[in-house]
Design a protein around this ligand. Sequence first.
Ligand code: GUN
Ligand code: ZN
Length: 425
Amino acid sequence: DQPRRWALRGDLLDFTAAPAWGEIEPSAVRFDRDHWLLVEDGRIVGRQAEAPDASWVRKDHAGQLVLPGFIDTHVHCPQLEVIASYGTELLDWLERYTFPAEAAFADPARSRAGAEVFLDALLASGTTSAVVFPTVHKVSAEALFEAAAARGMRLVTGKVLMDRHAPDGLRDDVAQAERDCIDLIDRFHGQGRLAYAVTVRFAPTSTPAQLAMAGALCRADASLYMQTHVAENRAEVDWVARLFPEARSYLDVYERAGLLHERAVLAHGIWLDAHDRILIADRGAQVAHCPSSNLFLGSGLFDWAGAAFNVSLASDVGGGTTLSLPRNMLDAYKVQALRGERLTAWTALHAATRGAAEALGLGDEIGGLSVGQAADLCVWDWARGPVAEARDAVAKALHERVFAWMALADERNLAACYVAGHRRA
Ligand code: GUN
Ligand code: ZN
């Protein structure tokens, strides 16, 4: 379908470093209006002002915004169907909506269909890479790996570990879970663009023995990721304190189990203290900030401005109400506004592209539009509809224009999405 060599024209935007908090004109922003990206065998091989010669098939997106494909660092595949569920905070929401939806993924056919719908929905939102929670069922992780491989996507996932405080049909046990993890790691970790994450749902749903097993898996192979939730909701934090009285904090439960390392992705991190925040930085772990979810579930307001660790951006669907990362950026802006801070479009976009890529150890491959990187690209209408068009028409400085785009865009602005050079949306 796709030519081996092709060239894309548009307004190219990416980052060469992390923009400083609050800075409107950082040198880290690289904006090349009306330039060409040259793509060969799924990689970017050129970036230039001149049109390439006629041997290159041309895709003309002149007047549209070209960004690196977005990276959603925390999202739940089986929760697509419980998105926008009314009326509860985290712990009730899990019991009432989420666990029943996840139980259905015991069925392999349901897991496979769910994975395909989910990944296509990510691509339709401009998200080309993701760190994903499936369910406790081994087959749900297999289905995600297989569907991602079929689409050429960079995907990090792993079977969810949960051996207590969950309903029948959603619990594993330490020995079987360990066998399942090892088998999945052998078959999928490092295969093409797939990587395995040791996936502890959260401290309350794992016994200390299971947390120890998860830590041993991480220690045995430093190339594995780890994903979990931490300090999202105050009732959750209180529950963890009762379950693990020996731990200094919620985060310390993970530290004691050996789960905090450079490849750890911690969702939320709202109710952390100063010790915790230093520990995350020391371990080189990242927090996946989930603003749509935090507002929808009433969890709290994440302190991004004060973070000395890596912060990436995530939808956390079904707790979040949209897979669209621009819409999550707008929610992130509002969360910071409620804290008396202001989030630039640069910090927001960086967190969804280069920042996430670097924090995942994938900065050479994804998150940017440099020669040598994968041709994972999303192309956007700068404005869609009369209100956004009128706003765009009067924008003068670059940050003003990109910020208005970020605040007003959603998946309907997506003109095209490419994964490793192949058009996928
Ligand atoms: N904590 C434990 N499980 C979940 C989940 O599925 N979603 C969110 N937002 N928080 C969690
Ligand atoms: Zn989550």
